[in-house]
Write a protein that binds this ligand. Structure first.
Ligand SMILES: *Cc1c(COP(=O)(O)O)cnc(C)c1O
Length: 227
């Protein structure tokens, strides 16, 4: 959708309406889904405008970009890392972000635990589609990582995240969202660890993600315009 002519207020209203309708259709409470405003590549002015409309939760995919931008943005915002993180940037990431959605290896989890000063909620990124060349652990790896996390000091696993292969037809993505939810249900039983959060759904497929149980939709383009 080319929404570059619209105001931020129009775009936000449309996204909010889509979320509300998807929640109603799925018979879920509106407040069971949070909107993460994905501000990657957008300047601090865009973030300030979003904050003026009441948005508080922002997602960035690169540590260095966030490091430069966060000091220029209003106080009181929450920053979530949604992109691949190299272990050697874990220390910086643990300081900048209040939550990491994209923990894709045991090594990274250990590095975040070692460097976090306060409790750091994380989500484990899982490659449920089995596509090569994608970040994310395999479904088989996740139970072991959760059990290791339960013995760590600072990181707390709150759930799972996935980025499915792109399809212009959101219905084709449903199977991957459902797979993440089923994996979560199975892991909760297996490990006894509550995993309430599912970070799934982007601009073009948020409805399907909400119908399949998403608790965090990560929306960039449909809020801020094309990148
Ligand atoms: C960029 C990005 C998004 C937002 O994508 P849009 O299609 O612009 O809404 C969501 N999640 C991740 C991990 C991203 O990198």
């Amino acid at each position: 959708m080319d929404n570059t002519d619209q105001t931020f207020s129009d775009r936000l209203e449309q996204v909010e309406q889509r979320i509300a309708e998807a929640c109603a259709k799925a018979e879920r409470a509106r407040d069971s889904v949070r909107l993460l405003a994905v501000s990657k590549t957008k300047p601090p002015e865009a973030i300030r405008e979003a904050a003026d409309y009441g948005l508080r939760l922002f997602g960035e995919n690169r540590v260095q970009e966030a490091q430069a931008k966060i000091p220029l943005c209003p106080d009181g915002l929450e920053w979530h890392l949604i992109g691949h993180l190299q272990t050697n940037k874990a220390k910086l990431a643990a300081r900048l972000f209040q939550m990491v959605h994209s923990v894709d290896s045991m090594k990274l989890l250990q590095a975040l635990d070692a460097h976090a000063d306060v409790t750091l909620p994380v989500l484990l990124q899982v490659n449920v589609s089995g596509e090569a060349a994608k970040f994310g652990m395999t479904p088989d790896e996740v139970a072991g990582v959760i059990e290791a996390a339960n013995r760590m000091q600072k990181v707390e696993v709150h759930g799972l995240m996935t980025i499915p292969p792109f399809s212009p037809d959101p219905e084709k993505t449903r199977v991957h969202f459902a797979a993440l939810r089923d994996l979560r249900d199975r892991l909760q039983d297996e490990t006894g660890t509550p995993l309430p959060e599912l970070s799934m759904g982007m601009s073009h497929d948020l409805e399907v993600a909400i119908e399949e149980g998403s608790t965090w939709v990560r929306i960039g383009t449909d809020l801020f315009g094309k990148r």
